[in-house]
Design a protein around this ligand. Structure first.
Ligand SMILES: Cc1cc2nc3c(=O)[nH]c(=O)nc-3n(C[C@H](O)[C@H](O)[C@H](O)COP(=O)(O)O)c2cc1C
Length: 380
């Protein structure tokens, strides 16, 4: 068995997988189901407001976005937990604790930083939390919380500072991807004392229109999650990992061990999952863990430290890109089945009827290599 354990913000997790704050952590028993699959940490649905504006919608709140009937993403209008603060603090966290996964407790940054600090105190006084995750990032329309705080470096700083002044256990902050760059916000979180950051919450999105009736699939803007968002979240994770020295928990589109490894190679310490568990059930967790173990053993890695951030040095700047050596496509005649796909996707008209590459026309884009069903094309 490979050693899958990681240390994140001073807390030891038996493996880097964490159940993200969302529907799969709806109550204590749900968190326990994830723990029974061997997950390293569990995060409940964000604990926070009991105000009128936080009422929970129960009128159809998920839209599964599919292409050719394959789900690629999901828009949700879920908003907050239906459990009261008392439910969580008096019962559900205790139930979840029986699972022995790290208790990483999500709390909402409230409209005023002092209210957030009071919530930190309430949660830590249960003695059931190992680490906290401050949510400044929900993409929902409530005007005083969620990403309305997290897209401002100043507001994020004030919230984290207030929370950290009260917290006696490590505190992480969950950021929003709905910003041009996360670097400034991550830096503000760090300066305010955050021990780590979660990248990230959902992407604000619109589900689409049913053209038969001319009405939207969901009648509000929501959060987009699942495999389709992974490239966007990887962009944020790697940019922050390169520029801000703070431990990162990555979350967005993880459904296999490969996704976990990719995020770790981009600098993440822990990796969270949500939509894939909603689609495939809690058993996916033990499958990913077993695959992770197999991959680590096969590669001979002894810990995730061997690979953390490994890919970052190869991400270059736009300025450097054009200075890299030029390449062109080469087709292996023995493997080519002359299906014509490479010719169709070549907008430089560099591939001839004989399935040869005209090097004077080839622009080295690599589209033919990507599309070839037989791996007969190589970019050299
Ligand atoms: C239905 C649903 C509800 C969510 N609720 C919360 C929440 O209460 N608090 C929070 O911080 N993130 C919430 N999220 C965001 C997830 O924790 C996660 O950041 C996001 O789904 C991206 O990960 P994924 O692609 O693995 O789903 C929710 C996501 C979904 C799909």
């Amino acid at each position: 068995m490979a050693d899958l354990s990681v240390k994140y913000c001073g807390v030891t997790y038996q493996n880097p997988l964490i159940l993200a704050s969302a529907t799969p952590g709806w109550d204590g028993n749900a968190m326990l189901l994830a723990a029974k699959q061997g997950i390293g940490g569990v995060i409940p649905k964000t604990i926070g407001p009991e105000q009128e504006w936080a009422k929970h919608p129960r009128n159809g709140r998920f839209y599964i976005y599919k292409k050719k009937n394959i789900p690629i993403g999901q828009v949700n209008l879920e908003l907050f937990t239906t459990k009261t603060r008392g439910d969580w603090l008096d019962h559900d966290l205790e139930i979840a604790k029986q699972g022995r996964a790290v208790m990483h407790i999500s709390l909402l940054a409230m409209p005023e930083p002092e209210q957030t600090a009071a919530l930190v105190e309430e949660i830590q006084s249960t003695g059931l939390a190992d680490i906290l995750e401050l949510n400044v990032s929900c993409p929902m329309p409530a005007k005083t919380v969620g990403m309305h705080i997290g897209k401002s470096a100043e507001k994020t700083f004030a919230q984290v500072k207030a929370a950290k002044e009260t917290a006696k256990i490590p505190l992480t902050v969950k950021l929003t991807p709905n910003v041009a760059s996360m670097i400034e916000i991550a830096q503000a979180a760090k300066e305010a004392g955050a021990d780590g950051i979660t990248i990230s919450n959902s992407i604000r999105a619109f589900a689409g229109v049913d053209i038969e009736i001319g009405k939207p699939y969901l009648c509000a803007y929501g959060g987009y999650t699942g495999p389709a968002i992974k490239p966007i979240i990887m962009r944020h994770v790697s940019e922050v990992a390169k520029q801000v020295d703070i431990p990162i928990s990555a979350v967005g589109g993880v459904s296999s061990y490969r996704d976990v490894i990719e995020y770790i190679m981009l600098g993440a310490v822990t990796v969270q999952l949500c939509t894939s568990v909603m689609w495939q059930g809690y058993a996916l967790i033990s499958k990913i863990l077993s695959d992770l173990n197999g991959w680590m053993e096969e590669k001979g890695y002894t810990s995730f430290e061997d690979i953390r951030g490994m890919a970052l040095g190869n991400i270059t700047s736009v300025e450097e890109l054009a200075r890299l050596p030029a390449k062109h496509a080469v087709i292996d005649a023995a493997s080519c089945i002359q299906c014509g796909i490479c010719r169709r996707v070549c907008f430089y008209r560099a591939i001839t009827d004989l399935y040869r590459v005209r090097y004077d026309q080839c622009d080295g884009c690599g589209a033919c290599e990507q599309w070839c069903p037989k791996k007969a094309v190589t970019l050299c």
